[in-house]
Design a protein around this ligand. Structure first.
Ligand code: GLP
Length: 241
C-alpha cells in the first residue's frame, strides 16, 4: 500500500482528483468505481472543476458504485442514486446510462445482487476504485465480520454505521437498516484502489489499518491483499500512526 499524507481535506481531494483525471486522460473509456459518504464529496467537487475549467471529459466513461440503501426509492434525497447525481453526475458530461448503482428497491434482493456482480464482471474490471472507510473499518457497506470472498450481497447495517449516517436523515430511525453492497472480493477485482481518509474521527481506523493485520474484524485491512492500493490521508486522519 502506498501512503500519501497531506495537509488537509482540500489537498486530499485535489490529489485524488489528479489521479482520477490521469486515469481518464489515459483511457477515455475508463471504468471508475465510485463511493458515497462525506469523504469523496471534495474529490467530486475537484472533478467538476476540472471538467469546467480544463475540459476533462467524462463522456465515454462508465461508473459502478459500491452500494445503495435497501428500500429507498432511487429518487429519495438520501438514496445513493440521488447522492451521485447531485454531487457529481449532473455537473459533468457523463452519460447517465453509463452510471450503475445497485437497485435498492429490487423485488428480489438475491437476484439483484447476482445481477450487479455479473455487471461488474461484464463491464469491469474497474480501472480505479475510490473508497472511503467507516469508523469501524467498513468499506462499501462491508461491515466487520464480512468474509474476504464475499461478492455483492445484502447487509444489515451496524448500529454505529446507522448512527454515523443519521446526519443525512431527518431522524436516526429513518436510516435504512439494510443495504446492498459490493463484497470484498468484488472490490478487490479492481485494477487499482484509492482509499481516502480525512479528519480526526477516522484516526483510530487509519491507525488500525496501518497495523497491517488482515482480519475480518476490520474489513479495510483486506486491502493489504491487493497489490495496487494508495491511501491518501490528511494529517488529522493520520495522527495516531
Ligand atoms: C458509508 C458508505 C461508505 C463510506 C462510509 C464513510 O457507510 N457506504 O462507502 O466510506 O459511509 O462515510 P464518510 O465518508 O461520510 O465518513
Amino acid at each position: 500500500m502506498k501512503v500519501v499524507v497531506v495537509e488537509n481535506y482540500d489537498e486530499m481531494s485535489l490529489r485524488a482528483a489528479e489521479i482520477v483525471e490521469q486515469q481518464v486522460l489515459k483511457n477515455a473509456k475508463s471504468i471508475l468505481g465510485l463511493a458515497t459518504g462525506s469523504t469523496p464529496i471534495g474529490l467530486y467537487g475537484k472533478m467538476i472543476e476540472g471538467f469546467k475549467n480544463r475540459s476533462v471529459s467524462y463522456e465515454q466513461i462508465k461508473t459502478i458504485n459500491l452500494d445503495e440503501y435497501q428500500g429507498l426509492n432511487r429518487n429519495h434525497p438520501n438514496s445513493y442514486h440521488s447522492f451521485m447525481y447531485e454531487n457529481l453526475f449532473k455537473h459533468i458530461n457523463i452519460q447517465m446510462r453509463n452510471t450503475y448503482l445497485p437497485d435498492g428497491q429490487a423485488r428480489s434482493v438475491e437476484e439483484e445482487c447476482e445481477r450487479y456482480e455479473a455487471l461488474i464482471d461484464r463491464i469491469g474490471p474497474v480501472h480505479l476504485q475510490i473508497l472511503g472507510m467507516g469508523t469501524n473499518g467498513h468499506i462499501g457497506f462491508n461491515e466487520p465480520g464480512t468474509p474476504e470472498g464475499s461478492l455483492t450481497h445484502c447487509v444489515e447495517l451496524d448500529e454505529s454505521t446507522r448512527k454515523n449516517n443519521a446526519r443525512f436523515f431527518e431522524s436516526p430511525d429513518a436510516v435504512p437498516t439494510h443495504a446492498i453492497t459490493m463484497g470484498i472480493a468484488s472490490i478487490l477485482k479492481s485494477d487499482r484502489i484509492l482509499l481516502l481518509a480525512s479528519g480526526k474521527k477516522k484516526a483510530p481506523a487509519v491507525k488500525k489499518l496501518m497495523e497491517q493485520q488482515v482480519s475480518e474484524d476490520f474489513p479495510a485491512s483486506y486491502l493489504w491483499n491487493h497489490d495496487d492500493v494508495t491511501l491518501i490521508a490528511d494529517r488529522d486522519a493520520y495522527q495516531l500512526v
